[in-house]
Structure formats: structure tokens, C-alpha cells
Design a protein around this ligand. Sequence first.
Ligand code: BES
Ligand code: ZN
Length: 622
Amino acid sequence: MKSKIFLGICFASILLNACNNKQVEQSDDMDKLSNDPHSYANMNEVRTTHMSLDLAVNFDTKTLKGSVEHTLENSGGAEELILDSRDLNIEKVVLDNGQEAEFNLGEEDGTFGQPLSIKISPETKKVKIFYETSPGAEALQWLSPEQTLGKTHPFLFSQSQAILARTWIPCQDGPGVKFTYDAKIQAPVELMALMSAENGTEKTSDGVYTFTMDQPISSYLMALAVGDLKFQSTGRNSGVYAEPAILEDAVWEFESMQSMIDSAEALYGEYAWGRYDVLVLPPSFPFGGMENPRLTFATPTIISGDRSLVALIAHELAHSWSGNLVTNETWNDFWLNEGFTVYFEQRIMEKIYGKDYEEMQTKLGMGELKKTIARLKEEGKPEDTHLYLELEGRNPDDGLTDVAYEKGRFFLQTVESVVGRAEFDKFLKDYFTNNKFQQMNTEKFIALLKEKLLTTPELQEAVRIEDWIYGPGIPDNVPPTESSELERVGNAVAAYNAGEVKAADIDTAGYTTHHWLYFLRGLENLDSVKMADLDETFKFTGIGNAEIACDWYQHCIEQDYTYAFPAMSDFLIRVGRRKFLTPLYTRLAKTEEHKAWAKEVYAKARPGYHAVSYNTIDEILK
Ligand code: BES
Ligand code: ZN
């Protein structure tokens, strides 16, 4: 695999060098982008400014078929357009002069796909590619009716981040390139199609849907979903799309959506995208949420019945500023997307749910970060604990850990603690306003930070920018994470660990998901008697809350508490969210007996997982 990736990279640089040798000049109008190690595109010579999609959705063949027309900015006079493509069948390419263009698909790499090189002239303004996706396209998951709630209609959704857009659209698949788009999607008549664009709220009678996205976005934000969906409004410019059977629950759960939007705008400026809607997907969705512009895609596992997991909506909403407006230039700068978003998410949650809530999440986040850092060090990957990453030659998916999220957030909290909240908020608001619809890289951000906020050597020393961004672990100037709510839980766990109390003696009144997670993560010295005591008292096995279930089942594996295994098997088969699957399968793989059991479960579960999830689990169980 390594050598394959290496070859792919070499090939890409040979291609790029070949172009450089032709002395194609970088246009003055185009910002120069940093070299994107995960894209073959010659984006500094010629760039897509608009995309027109025309695709038909075929559930029988599991393919999308049609065309994409790229509008180009080619003031550099390039004679070749190189796009990213993976597992695409390219039929023909037509230029705006009506002529078919010569094209060539380069050598294939298992991760990065193939460069699609198209011969153009310096005058070419439009290139139209006729193509079809393959049934194995990794961005797309084609669900059978049984895998949906309604059980009568199939479902399709895409997941393009980080580098999977190229498996359904030939494009310049690097986050630094931004373009507007329009689309025409032909869906089966009984289904509704939605995109990361302006959406309708009703099914059409002929299954044809048209979309426009007038604000420039990056390819990883291209998204499509097709299914039996209904819409319900949640306020002035927000609403929920879901399968009819879960719509009402979702609307109840996300009741605070509109006030989240209002709070976010009050913090960092106007919401730039018109509407903010959430699409609730079937449980095989491999992530918690995905910030597709105007239409967040979300896992149904956050519908817990008590509104305790809505921070995920705040997170995806916050990406409307951090990520979708100001975008990481390459995946090496991923922390600029996620670290800012976790910080922003917490600010929204604090405004709506108060300081106690925010403190619990922050403390739990620190716990997870420490675990991740310890694991990465143990695995001999200490550089993966830096904020700025060097992911050249690697699948970005492997390097994107919660370091970007949590260490990123704690870095920003450190800056806040040094300059004060008012100053920091002013800086952030200007940062989003001044850089909207553009890319940002780590170096540029540091320069901005020093120029606008940390203007003296004293301030810079207090923050220790370089240690945080280019160094390992957590610098010790991080503000303390205190939570009186979790302290209460911590005391109860300590007493339980010491054998001083039984589960039934613990006062769990008012425990929310976060209290329970802290409780479960604090348990030590467990044995079969304690497992049964906890389970009988708190009824963890088979619990509907997926966050709690995931932590409980990890203990069940470690304690070989087999009573819970049938429920855990159901969970692993029903839920495809990778964040839950990875720790469970990883623990199961540690003993031969558990691994054999895991393989049996996996045989049933794998057909229901998205590629993002099964690629990870394949590695764990191999
Ligand atoms: N953009 C991410 C999801 C993502 C990251 C997809 C990298 C592919 C590659 C999204 O905003 C996210 O962070 N989702 C989290 C939830 C969040 C509350 C931390 C998730 O899915 O768990
Ligand atoms: Zn995110």
C-alpha cells in the first residue's frame, strides 16, 4: 500500500513538473495555493470557478450517470486541465468550441485515484465531461429498503470529505479550490433529492430536482441524498428533513436549532448561507455529522430523546463559519477547520445551555485528547499530535484524529485566556469576515494572529504558538478544565471504585449523557460482580443512547461480561457510525475468542456499513 501511494505521489509530481516545464504562468488574478499533497489537479494554473452537474440516479445499477461541466479560470494559459477521479468511467469530454477533447486517465492509486488529464487551449472556458460512477464509489452509500426506517424505499447519500468527492464527480478535489455550482438530478419519482445547495421542501411529480449554490464552496462539501424524505420547519431559516417515521422526534430533539443560529450570528457575524437545515440519515451514516453547506447531514444516533446530544448540531452549524467560509487550504491544516469549530461550538452551547454544560464537555474533551495523545505516542506517531500535520503520501483519513479537534480547541482557549474574551471575539469575528469564501493555511493564520492579536513578544510568549502548533502533546499553559458537575460524578465513581458503595447507593438524579460518560470512563477495578451490579441498577445493556452504550460495551468486552454481547451485536449491526465502531472492534480484536466473535458479527454488519467505516474495521479485524 505504502509503495502504491508513493508511486501515486511521484506520478502526480511528475505531471505537475511536466506542466511547470511548459512554463505555464500562474495567473495574477488567482491566489497561489500551497501544494496539495492529496490532489493531482494543476490548480495553480487553471481553476474551476463553477460546476454544472446533470446526473441520473439509478438504484438498480447503483450508479450516477450524466455529465459535469466545469467553467474555468485559465488566465495562466494552461493547455492541460488535470482533475482528480477515482473509479469513474469517463465516456467523453467536450469543449466549449463543440469539439471532443483528448483525455487520458493516469496510473491508478488505491487511495488517490487517477489524474484525469484533458487537453484544452488557453481560450477554453468550459469543459464538459460525460461519465458514470461505479457501484463501489466510496463516497456513495446505496441503502436497500431494509436499511431504512420506512423499509419500503431505497436511500442514497454521499460523504465527500476528505478526498471522496472524486469518486462521484471528476473535479479539482482539494479544499483550496472553491467554486459555485448548479445541478439537475433525476431521481426515482417516489423519492426526494437534496443537495448542499438551495433545496425545495416538497417532492416533485417527475423526480427531477434542480439546485443552485451561489456561494463558492470546496469539493469536499459537495453532497447529495435521495430518499423518502419529508421536511418540517424549526424556525425562521431552519428546518429538518428526515424519513417520515422519525421527523417528529427529530424536530423535538433539535428544538434549539434556531436559537443556535441566532447565538452564532451574535458571536461571529451574519450567517452567510441563507437557510440552515439538517438532514437526518439512516444509522449507517459513518459520521456524527457533516457540515454540508445549507444542509448538515446527521446521524440519527443523536436523537436520544432528551436533547442531550444537540452539541453536534452546534458543531456542524459552527462550520458554516469555520470551514465552510474560511476553509483549510489542505488537509495538513485540518485543525483550522475542526479546532475552531469545537471552540465555536462550545461558545454556542455555553450561551444556550450555560457554563456547567460547556465545562462538562470541555473536561470530557480533555480526557479523550489525553487518551488519543497517549495512543499516538505508543503507536510511534508523535507527529500526529501536532496541530499542523504533514500528511503527504498518506490517506488524510488516517491522520485526522481528535487532536485537530480538541488540541485545536484548547489552543484557542489558551489564546483567549491570554488576551481576554472580548479581544479574542473581536479578532475571530474579523477573521471570519475578512477571509470569507477563501482558504486559510497554518502559516498565514499564525501571521494574522501575531499581526492582529498577539502583537507583543510578551503576548506571544504567554501563548507559545509554536509549541502548540508544531510540537507534540499539550503545552502546560493550557487553562484548567474544571467542572463542578463532573466533580460530583468523580466523587461517586471514586467511592464505587474503592468498594465503599453499591451502585444503588449512588445519587444519579439529574445525570445527563455527559455525567454518565464521565462516570463510565472513571470506573476502575471492575469485576463480574460489579458489572452485574451496575447493569442491574442502571440498565446499561441495550440502552438507546448510543454514546452511553458505546462506553458501556467497552467495559463489557474488557470484563468479558457476555450477558451484554447479544445487545452489543445488535448495536454493531444497526449503527454504522465509525466513532462507535472503532473502539469496540479494537477491544474485541485483543483476544482470539472475542475476535472470532467480532468476525461473526462483522460478517452480518459489514454489508450495512459505509466504505469510510468498513475500510477502518477491515484493518482492525484483518
Ligand atoms: N467535518 C467533520 C466530519 C469529517 C471529518 C468527515 C473528517 C470526514 C473527514 C464533522 O464536522 C465532524 O467533526 N463530525 C463529528 C461530530 C462533532 C460533534 C465532533 C463526528 O462525526 O463525530
Ligand atoms: Zn467538524
